[in-house]
Design a protein around this ligand. Structure first.
Ligand SMILES: CC(C)(COP(=O)(O)OP(=O)(O)OC[C@H]1O[C@@H](n2cnc3c(N)ncnc32)[C@H](O)[C@@H]1OP(=O)(O)O)[C@@H](O)C(=O)NCCC(=O)NCCS
Length: 172
């Protein structure tokens, strides 16, 4: 099976394999990422990679160097409505988050024909909120005091995008 899902100007998205699990675990637990995501254990990542249909771990890779620059985790791929569960960039501030997210939207809507994609985000995660809004996601709601983090309740912002909204953003 070809591991490459889609390529852009600087980045490609490819299916993760078991040799990527160490990279994914290190990114999850890096303090600058851990404060914004809920990590999964190694066994769960192994199951996702073995499954590869309903859930998917995707490595974001620099085309020029072949070096990993981050990863995505997707769930609910056996429904018309995919969930983007983890969006994590290792090499931050280079525009990779924006480019990789646009590639992921191209793959989910233009290639895989999902009807809708959605993601949730901690309300204080200003960079991610900006990233999703700039990519064209619509703020759909707020899950109030949904997560208890270090003794404080956090709100989660829910973002969604429909296939027709994606098409309007990328007229052919
Ligand atoms: C959120 C994240 C994915 C963004 O990836 P990135 O590659 O660093 O972001 P980019 O360089 O593509 O920048 C995206 C936008 O955010 C802005 N931005 C990036 N870093 C910033 C910073 N430190 N301060 C303010 N704005 C910033 C950029 O200016 C850009 O805005 P623009 O499109 O209007 O020019 C990355 O910071 C990350 O992995 N964070 C930790 C994990 C996380 O929070 N994941 C999301 C969970 S919901």
């Amino acid at each position: 099976m070809n591991a490459t899902l889609i390529e852009g100007r600087r980045l490609r998205l490819r299916r993760a394999n078991v040799t990527d699990i160490g990279y994914i675990m290190a990114l999850q637990y890096a303090p600058e990422n851990l404060k914004f995501i809920v990590p999964f254990d190694e066994d769960y990542h192994r199951q996702i990679i073995a499954d590869g249909t309903r859930k998917l771990n995707i490595i974001i890779e620099e085309i020029d160097t072949g070096t990993a620059a981050g990863y995505f985790m997707l769930r609910e791929l056996d429904t018309p409505c995919a969930e983007f569960t983890h969006v994590v960039i290792g090499r931050k501030g280079l525009g990779y988050g924006r480019e990789a997210l646009n590639l992921l939207l191209d793959w989910t809507f233009a290639v895989k024909k999902f009807h809708r994609v959605w993601i949730d985000c901690m309300e204080h995660n200003e960079i991610a909120l900006h990233l999703y809004e700039r990519a064209g996601f619509v703020r759909e709601g707020l899950l109030r005091e949904y997560m208890l983090t270090d003794g404080a309740w956090e709100n989660l912002v829910v973002f969604g995008m429909l296939s027709r909204e994606y098409s309007a953003l990328r007229p052919t």
